[in-house]
Design a binder for this molecule. Structure first.
Ligand SMILES: Cc1cc2nc3c(=O)[nH]c(=O)nc-3n(C[C@H](O)[C@H](O)[C@H](O)COP(=O)(O)O)c2cc1C
Length: 389
């Protein structure tokens, strides 16, 4: 069984390493955890051991641990060493060659690939000392994933959040796996478009972008080059791929055309069906007791336009989000839009972390159970891999 030795160092993001362990085991990895003393302040070795189904190694001077699996074997046995979260401290130690506890000794003694997922306060990350250490480590072949930007647990905003578990999994796959979609270009649209009524108001919808992000991560993990074109999202776009922001349906269609040719197109964005005929240049004024009318025109049909484009990708996949007659409407959409597959889902998926999908192809109807949006991404990526193999 392929194995990862997971070093957990002492940062707030250590709680995310519990989910990482679970997901790595789901993906067939043996996970041997090594924790620093500081890490044990954030998550208990008992939780880590229970999730990993393995003994947790913590102490360089433990006779029992050394008899079980000595520090040199801990350094040499695995296919990969992952440090998540990686503190500023553990990165500094490896950059400087300091080996004063089990985790840093294993890192210095290993000849295996190392992946670090740094997580820290933005000022710690931006500090020239940390940046110097990052540069040194990268130059020596250590791989890094993240950190990401956004709100920090400490209340500050900046770069320092640990990469999401899905991103770490993608990076691990990138370092270890065959990449069946290498050489394939996938364009994915996600999020909600905004159609301006005036400089401050717009027509939009509540799409979070989560399903598109999950699909993008899953395809990138299998080696595809991903162009991620997104409207308004309730989350950060994924890292490690070409991200393009497009506000309106017209902007999104222009970005899609600019990104062609591609092998795969997946339209996960909730694109407006109608847009105002005129967007006012000035803010629409409130008028007393008078109705106003907004004339709407049909917006560009991106899915159909891609599916009938001279540079049509080989596989064109659309979503059908319906509030009634889900399968019948999805089947009609498959034919009407000239696309290859439709993922039919109920509107209940809109503000939920889970999704219940029926995948329709011209010859098959596959019903998936209610699963997380990340799992939908993984399943779809698996079907796409089969399609291209
Ligand atoms: C509440 C708290 C949160 C911390 N979070 C982080 C963090 O996210 N990243 C980091 O680099 N250090 C963080 N630190 C500081 C580290 O725990 C400290 O540098 C420690 O020596 C790291 O040890 P280790 O690298 O051996 O795990 C935090 C400290 C405390 C008290």
């Amino acid at each position: 069984m392929p194995s990862i030795h997971l070093i957990i160092s002492g940062g707030i993001a250590a709680y995310k390493s519990l989910e990482l362990i679970r997901r790595l085991r789901d993906a067939g990895w043996r996970v041997v955890p090594i924790m620093t003393q500081a890490a044990a302040q954030f998550v208990t070795p008992l939780s880590v051991a229970a999730l990993a189904g393995e003994q947790v190694y913590q102490d360089l001077w433990s006779l029992t641990d050394e008899a079980q699996m000595g520090h040199i074997r801990l350094a040499r046995d695995p296919d990969l060493i992952v440090v998540a979260p990686a503190t500023a401290n553990i990165m500094a130690k490896l950059a400087q060659g300091i080996a004063d506890d089990l985790a840093s000794t294993v890192l210095l003694a290993t000849d295996r690939p190392i992946l670090m997922a740094p997580a820290m306060n933005p000022h710690m990350w931006d500090n020239p000392a940390t940046q110097g250490n990052v540069k040194t480590l990268l130059a020596r072949g250590v791989k890094m994933i993240g950190p990401n930007g956004g709100d920090m647990a400490c209340g500050e905003i900046g770069t320092g959040r640990m990469a999401e578990v899905a991103e770490i999994l993608a990076a691990i796959d990138g370092m270890t796996n065959a990449r069946p979609l290498a050489g394939k270009h996938a364009i994915i649209t996600a999020g909600a478009t905004e159609e301006a009524l005036d400089p401050v108001r717009f027509i939009s919808n509540g799409s979070s972008g989560a399903q598109g992000v999950a699909i993008a991560n899953a395809l990138a993990r299998l080696g595809a080059r991903v162009t991620f074109i997104h409207g308004k999202m309730q989350m950060l776009p994924p890292t490690g791929m070409n991200n393009i922001h497009a506000r309106s349906a017209d902007d999104m269609w222009a970005a899609v055309q600019d990104s062609l040719p591609a092998d795969i197109f997946i339209g996960a964005a909730a694109v407006a069906d109608y847009a105002p005929v005129n967007a006012e240049n000035q803010k629409i004024k409130k008028t007393d007791n008078k109705n106003i009318a907004i004339e709407l025109r049909p917006a560009v049909d991106i899915l159909k336009s891609v599916a009938t484009h001279p540079a049509r990708p080989k596989l064109v996949v659309g979503f059908a989000l319906e509030s009634e007659n889900l399968l019948k409407n999805a089947q009609e959409k498959l034919a009407r839009k000239n696309c290859d597959w439709i993922l039919a889902n109920d509107i209940s998926a809109m503000n939920s972390a889970t999704n219940k999908i029926t995948l329709l192809t011209p010859s098959e109807t596959l019903e998936w159970p209610l699963i997380s949006k990340e799992s939908v991404g993984l399943r779809l990526a698996e079907e796409i891999t089969k399609y291209f193999s």
